[in-house]
Ligand binder design. Structure first.
Ligand SMILES: [Fe+2]
Length: 278
């Protein structure tokens, strides 16, 4: 059974203002757009106008950065109110956040920090998701992140932690295949070997992106073309599970828009070949 009863959106892109003009000039080649929620929470009139323009040309989903769904101290209700207002404004079929924490002890740490893979952390996330749901009815899906270090004291591996968290919260999954690849490479596991362990029955959306290697460590830097290794994983996931939407993330070193269109088209082709998109 699908994690969320929502329409398929196809092959989209994460919106960045740097390619705004190109995006509108090629709008027939982009099925939908993912916006960064945080860019519109304390928005100027200019940003709100941009949002209306995006909304009038594309189906939208929102992707949040700073909800900190894994904070033991709970979710910041003022931040949540702003996200709720945004979700009400754009009315997406779902919205997403990272399975991580970004605040601790009242301090914003400015980074997506990995949670310990423990039952206690799952209970915290479940409690916070319940709190969020009372404010926002639109389905929330959670994304797997890259981790710089594994927190000691873990009681399970990442696929089990994610699976049990999604089970406990009832949330769908935003599978970032680039993050999955980065963690697999940096921690010496092959995503191929443990492929079956991930919660495919919860899959709703995907992210893919290019990164780079620094000092022998893969970084999820969103500043390069998607690697063939990530494409291989992307294609395998699309073939394996009924994904509704895939999104290209590119933040730095943005190339000519035609190169981004080529990646979006390649992702769409895989969706079409596997009956995930028309
Ligand atoms: Fe991502």
């Amino acid at each position: 059974m699908a994690a969320i009863d929502a329409p398929a959106l196809g092959s989209g892109i994460g919106y960045r203002p740097q390619f705004r003009a190109d995006l509108f000039a090629h709008r027939d080649q982009i099925d939908f757009v993912e916006i960064i929620a945080d860019h519109y929470l304390d928005a100027s009139k200019e940003k709100l106008d941009e949002l209306e323009l995006l909304k009038s040309h594309f189906p939208l989903v929102a992707h949040g950065l700073d909800l900190s769904i894994g904070s033991a101290e709970g979710v910041d209700s003022r931040y949540l109110d702003k996200v709720a207002a945004l979700i009400e404004r754009i009315d997406p079929p779902w919205w997403s956040e990272h399975l991580c924490f970004t605040r601790a002890g009242g301090v914003c740490i400015g980074h997506l920090a990995s949670l310990p893979y423990t039952q206690e952390a799952i209970d915290v996330v479940a409690r916070n998701v319940e709190f969020v749901r009372r404010r926002i009815k639109t389905p929330l899906i959670l994304e797997n992140i890259t981790c710089v270090v594994r927190i000691p004291g873990g009681e399970m591996d990442e696929p089990e932690f994610l699976s049990r968290t999604l089970e406990a919260t009832g949330c769908g999954w935003l599978c970032d295949v680039a993050n999955m690849h980065v963690n697999a490479m940096n921690f010496g596991m092959g995503p191929e070997g443990e492929f079956e362990c991930w919660p495919w029955d919860r899959l709703v959306q995907m992210h893919y992106a290019g990164g780079r290697e620094r000092n022998g460590v893969l970084i999820d830097s969103h500043d390069a073309a998607t690697s063939e290794a990530v494409w291989t994983l992307h294609d395998r996931v699309v073939a394996h599970a009924p994904v509704k939407a895939v999104v290209l993330e590119r933040d730095e070193r943005i190339p000519p828009f035609s190169e981004l269109i080529d990646e979006v088209a390649r992702a769409r082709m895989t969706m079409v070949e596997n009956g995930r998109w028309r």
